[in-house]
Design a protein around this ligand. Structure first.
Ligand code: COA
Ligand code: AMP
Length: 636
């Protein structure tokens, strides 16, 4: 791995030179005059003085360079039985008209636009149309309920909300307009217009201040507005430890450079090649490697509205790879576990020609060794686990296919990527002993592409990420390096859980459970699940006067979480208990409860207030046959 090590060292030793070189990948309107500078909080700012427009770099530029007739997007929607190919020219023209329509609604540089759409080309068009005007988009995942949408609208204060009339899940049409209506009713902030993209499966009635997408698209084309490199491209909300999601702010220039670099260095994709990222435009993976990264690089991106299974079967991904001649395929491990469950011997693979496929990438959660080995057995290509977060925007650690492939190790995300100075720290901030586990941090400066702040909340940026270990960014993940420098990310050290590759906050679910009038106290933990990686599990103590109908209370609480956070929260079980294990200072021992639920041996901490509470939790778990609780036992 000498080539990787040389490049990695160069990026750390001389970041200005390294990223100045990478910045040449982007067609700037005005080249940056400062590569790296710092704001007054000592956070890195990249490419100050440069101006660009990412829509120009990803669309207009390629059309100008002769790529206009190449496919930019293949849209494949088994849930609606539709396919479309959008060339760079067609996409550019549609984006320019929608940008013109948004401009007519008064959207200008710096205004926010919230987008609530499923995996349809119009979602991509809406994002680029905002970028074309220098407006800041905030895409909200369709699996979130009205309350979550309302929180984001209140925080982002958008001039316009763009939604589709419906989404389509397996055999279910989900009307989106009522969700938008409820969210707007709940939000104290009201946008001046709502735009609805009408889908034939469920058309929405439009009222005052509501516009049909087609009206927008019939406007005159708008030109690209030059923005500063540091101008926000988007806000993407992600779960933190409290009920209020964090609005991760991404800049334009640093992000464009980092994505263009990673498309080559990490994913080994050249212009004209096809990549398929099976995620959702509502997540960071979708922003970076469905929407922006592939088109910045002149590739073709597959936009897939379907599931890994049941739309119609476990061969869907193989069909897409075959049909569109995909070179690089990226999804979450949970998707492969779903396929493996339905087709354990991968017999359906025989139906398809996968010779175009050169790499499989996975992220969103750790690639568990059994799934890694299954993939290695059934596919004849490198399987690359890579680790990243909404905050970083691109992989912190990967096996860099475009630089040099290392021998993969099951359970490891391989090596830190150039620009990321990853370290493992003890609780007190001292470097962890070699090979031992600790808090994974990234030493400043964070490379281009990473968050530049939390929307309207600089204090939270500091307290959530920078305060714990001065000079370093706290990732919230625990992990270790092995003797050969391979990085193993073992799970979150905070209240964030990962359900089917979706990042959720147990703290937020606790707020929802705690809001029920019968609940005195509660805790939510993430327990192991063979398919989804983790599942949330709730515990509640009922208030005095509770009528004892535990089944009814559980059903009400499950419904409440689904209604407030959304179906994606997937909280299906809540146990009513008399006590929760706590320390003498009153802190609920959630980690200990998780260890018990996962059937692992646990040590009873000396600080526990009431050791008998553990027996009660254990009994409640065993009674419901939850997780592997039956195997858990106190360690001697
Ligand atoms: N809009 C509305 N509802 C949605 C939704 C969306 N975009 N996405 C998910 N939901 C709903 C589902 O329909 C489901 O509802 P239900 O409780 O009524 O069945 C619920 O939210 C939970 O969804 P999910 O956790 O995805 O479970 P699932 O059983 O539907 O599918 C997988 C399981 C593994 C097939 C699916 O999660 C998957 O393909 N995951 C890939 C992960 C991924 O894309 N991660 C992004 C980061 S790379
Ligand atoms: P998100 O912000 O939704 O992308 O979620 C980021 C979190 O998902 C990380 O902090 C990790 O906890 C987890 N994660 C993502 N990719 C990986 C990976 N390859 N290995 C381990 N954990 C991962």
């Amino acid at each position: 791995m000498s080539r990787y090590h040389t490049i990695y060292r160069a990026a750390l030793d001389a970041p200005q030179t390294f990223w100045a070189d990478q910045s040449r990948r982007i067609p700037w309107f005005r080249a940056p005059d400062t590569i790296l500078s710092y704001d007054d909080q000592q956070h890195a700012r990249w490419f100050e003085g440069g101006t660009l427009n990412i829509c120009h770099a990803a669309l207009d530029h390629h059309v100008e360079q002769g790529r206009g007739e190449q496919a930019a997007l293949y849209w494949d929607s088994p849930v609606t039985g539709t396919k479309q190919t959008l060339s760079y020219r067609l996409l550019r023209d549609r984006v320019a008209r929608v940008a013109g329509g948004l401009a007519q609604l008064g959207v200008t540089k710096g205004d926010r636009v919230v987008i609530y759409m499923p995996m349809v080309p119009e979602a991509v068009i809406a994002m680029y149309a905002c970028a074309r005007l220098g407006a800041i988009h905030s895409v909200v995942f369709g699996g979130f309920a009205p309350h979550e949408l309302a929180l984001r609208i209140e925080d982002a204060e958008p001039k316009v909300v763009i939604a589709a009339s419906c989404g389509v899940e397996i055999n279910t049409v989900l009307p989106y307009k009522p969700i938008v209506d409820q969210a707007l009713a709940q939000s104290r902030f009201k946008p001046s217009a709502t735009v609805i993209f009408q889908r034939d499966l469920n058309r929405a009635e439009l009222g005052e201040g509501e516009y049909d997408w087609q009206e927008l698209e019939s406007a005159a084309a708008a030109e690209c507005v030059a923005v500063e490199a540091t101008h926000p491209l988007y806000i993407l909300y992600t779960s933190g430890t409290t009920g209020k999601p964090k609005g991760v702010v991404r800049d334009t220039g640093g992000y464009a450079v980092a994505l263009a670099y990673s498309m080559e260095a990490v994913y080994d994709l050249a212009p004209g090649e096809v990549c398929f990222t099976a995620s959702d435009v509502g997540w960071v993976v979708g922003h970076s490697y469905i929407v922006y990264g592939p088109l910045l690089r002149g590739c073709t991106s597959v936009l897939y509205e379907g599931k890994p299974v049941k739309t119609p079967d476990a061969a869907s991904f193989w069909r897409i790879i075959d049909e569109y001649k995909v070179k690089s395929f990226f999804t979450a491990p949970t998707a492969f576990r779903a396929i493996k469950k339905e087709d354990p011997d991968a017999r359906l693979l025989a139906r398809h020609d996968l010779t175009s496929l050169e790499y499989v990438f996975v992220a969103g959660e750790r690639l568990d060794p059994p799934t890694f080995h299954w993939l290695e057995d059934v596919l004849d290509v490198p399987v690359i686990d890579h680790w990243w977060q909404t905050e970083t925007g691109w992989p912190i650690a990967a096996n860099p296919a475009g630089i040099e492939l290392a021998r993969a190790k099951a359970g490891s995300a391989t090596f830190p990527m150039p620009g990321f100075d990853v370290a493992i720290l003890e609780r007190d901030g001292a470097p962890a002993a070699p090979l031992s586990e600790g808090s994974v941090v990234i030493r400043q400066p964070l490379p281009p592409g990473c968050l530049t702040g939390i929307w309207k909340d600089p204090q939270r940026f500091h307290s959530a990420y920078m305060a714990a270990f001065p000079g370093s960014y706290l990732t919230g993940d625990g992990g270790h390096f092995d003797a050969e420098g391979y990085l193993f990310i073992m799970g979150r050290t905070d209240d964030v859980i990962n359900v089917a590759g979706h990042r959720l906050s147990t703290g937020e679910m606790e707020e929802v459970l705690g809001g029920h009038p019968a609940v005195a106290e509660c805790a939510v933990i993430g327990i192991h699940d063979d398919l989804k990686g983790q599942l949330p599990l709730g515990f509640v103590i009922a208030k005095d006067g509770f009528d004892g109908d535990e089944a009814r209370l559980e059903a009400e609480l499950v419904k409440r979480v689904r209604e407030v956070i959304g179906p994606v929260a997937a909280l299906k079980q809540v146990l009513v208990v008399d006590r929760l294990p706590k320390t003498r200072s009153g802190k609920i021992l959630r980690k200990l409860m998780r260890t018990m639920a996962d059937g692992k041996a646990y040590a009873v901490p000396s600080t526990i207030d009431d050791p008998a509470s553990l027996e009660e939790i254990h009994a409640a778990l065993c009674e419901r046959d939850i997780g592997q609780a039956g195997q858990a036992a106190p360690r001697e």
